[in-house]
Design a protein around this ligand. Structure first.
Ligand code: BMA
Length: 328
């Protein structure tokens, strides 16, 4: 391993398969995808765009479950190997001091991060429109909901795993109330997770590419000596609708709104059957990545076709090499 990974623990039990012989792909898929099927719960229509995290030597996660009423809920789950998951049939509930904020209408696309030993969930939360919901838990049992980070309309809230400039830091993607046909990634800071400011522009879509229409942050950024490794999604509009792919970028460690590099090719795009066929065709949507600091192995969890959760592997070194050698 060449690049030093910072602030991540050893994760010897990270799920892993070697890159298939003869493959030159920067990301390669788990051979038994999808890892979570759409009917993993008795009343699930689909389970996708979900977040997992190391927890007490094993793994925990927050899952997007759209039920057979087509309500969008968040469910907690646990796993010993991060591949076989026990997802709780009942949706997650949040303790909240403010009944208006705690009135859960819908939630989707969760991310989970550990900051100083506390778990924080970020999700797209309805409050007169989609915005960024936040909650914390010390034990994955009781979840305390905080104020929404921003006004509607916003999606893809992604906290950094440590404070930056003494503040909590988050990426987000201001949007509109519908299937937003635009979108840049922004950066914001907060001293207390209630009041957000120091808003900075991070990056815009890139014309004439897989991400020309809109982009949004994905898994929790991974700190390396070279910068924050950000995996994100990007969208193009074809004559057959939106196509969601994933890419990689490197952001400055202390000023993450400064982009050091941005790989030109996507790292993952919809091409397997379960990515191309489902409730929404042609979607790969990463929301979490496990990382082993010793080897640089990455296990990337992504929603496929808005229907199932799939898993792909890569190396931190390989993504950073790609960013450095083939960048915009
Ligand atoms: C986005 C979000 C995601 C979804 C994607 C593709 O706007 O709603 O949850 O995966 O569209 O439908």
């Amino acid at each position: 391993m060449k690049v030093k990974i910072i602030g991540q623990a050893s994760l010897p039990n990270i799920p892993w398969q070697d890159r298939p012989a003869g493959s030159s792909e920067v990301c390669w898929r788990y051979s038994d995808n999808p890892v979570i099927r759409r009917d993993a719960l008795p009343n699930s229509n689909s389970i996708f765009n979900s977040a997992v995290i190391p927890f007490k030597g094993e793994f925990a996660g927050v899952f997007r479950v759209d039920n057979t009423v087509r309500e969008m809920k968040l469910h907690r789950g646990f796993s010993t190997d991060a591949i076989n998951w026990k997802i709780e049939p009942e949706p997650l509930t949040f303790q909240c001091d403010d009944a208006e904020i705690g009135n859960f209408v819908y939630g989707y696309d969760p991310r989970v991060v550990n900051i100083d030993g506390r778990y924080y969930v970020q999700w797209c939360n309805w409050y007169h429109g989609p915005t960024i919901g936040l909650a914390w838990s010390d034990d994955f049992q009781t979840f305390h909901q905080l104020e929404n980070a921003f006004l509607p309309f916003n999606r893809n809230g992604v906290l950094f795993p440590r404070k930056i400039n003494g503040n909590f830091a988050m990426l987000s993607r201001p949007s509109d109330s519908g299937h937003t046909p635009f979108g840049d990634i922004y950066y914001s800071e907060s001293p207390d997770l209630t009041y957000w400011g120091r808003h900075r522009h991070v990056m815009s879509p890139m014309g004439n590419s897989w991400q020309y229409l809109k982009i949004g942050g994905g898994p929790t950024p991974i700190e390396t000596a070279e910068g924050w490794l950000l995996i994100y999604h990007g969208v193009l509009l074809s004559c057959n609708g939106y196509v969601y792919s994933a890419g990689a970028a490197l952001l400055d460690r202390e000023q993450p709104w400064k982009v050091i590099g941005r790989a030109k090719p996507y790292i993952l795009n919809p091409r397997e059957y379960y990515e191309c066929v489902g409730d929404v065709q042609n979607v790969v949507f990463p929301c979490a990545a496990l990382c082993d600091a010793d080897t640089g192995r990455l296990a990337i969890y992504y929603g496929a076709a808005d229907t199932v959760v799939a898993l792909a592997f890569s190396y931190v070194d390989d993504l950073i090499d790609l960013i450095k050698t083939n960048s915009w």
